[in-house]
Ligand binder design. Sequence first.
Ligand code: SF4
Length: 147
Amino acid sequence: MAEVDYKSKPIDPDFLNKPEEYPHTGSHHEHKVFAEGVQRLDADGKPYPTKKGIHGAHVAVDFDSCIADGSCLPVCPVEVFEWALNPAHDEVGEDKKIASGTPEWDEWRTDKADPVREADCIDCMACETVCPVLAIKIFTEQPYGTQ
Ligand code: SF4
């Protein structure tokens, strides 16, 4: 888990119903991305230093909440996740380490758990349960491709 200079806030479980606050801004690895580039507030009410948005609409990970704890990656029985900045790595501690004061720090702060195989999710809820900052929301009513 990386040291960060903001207070992580749980993912908004209702973000899919708030398109003005969380607009659909793109896609990545065949999952949708919401609110990338949008300034949002951390748990202290201060602007998040990053604007990475939320990845996924079935397996949704708030990249601005994620602090690279990594627990969600090995707990997933179908290997939905890998590290966004260290592709093909999916274990605790295999995240790309980012030094503070660098341009990459300004953009990312930490590596992120990326739901690259969202379509494989079997809704076991293990990742949502294990995340220490509640950055993940599983939408069991949103079968992949129907969002
Ligand atoms: S709910 Fe279960 S299967 Fe789906 S991404 Fe999370 S850990 Fe993997």
